[in-house]
Design a protein around this ligand. Structure first.
Ligand SMILES: [Zn+2]
Length: 78
């Protein structure tokens, strides 16, 4: 089930652009969630999202991926 839940999916995100969204188990360092500006502690499962429509191309979009609390992303706090 973990594998299934980690499959990326595409959905509308900030600015109405299409984003690739992936559920991750959590990294080795904390991140700041852009939805609420609160910390996502290291090791916390969360959402990673990046734009498919970056002005600078998909690779740049991937570089600019953001880490979100799952709840913030699902509530659309952008
Ligand atoms: Zn958040």
């Amino acid at each position: 089930m973990d594998r299934l839940s980690s499959l990326p999916r595409t959905q509308a995100g900030p600015g109405g652009a299409q984003f690739t969204v992936r559920q991750v188990r959590g990294g080795g360092k904390p991140y700041i969630c852009p939805g609420c500006n609160q910390t996502i502690p290291a090791g916390t499962p969360h959402i990673v999202a990046w734009s498919n429509e970056s002005l600078f191309g998909p690779e740049r979009g991937l570089e600019e991926r953001r880490h979100w609390h799952t709840s913030c992303w699902e509530r659309g706090l952008w």
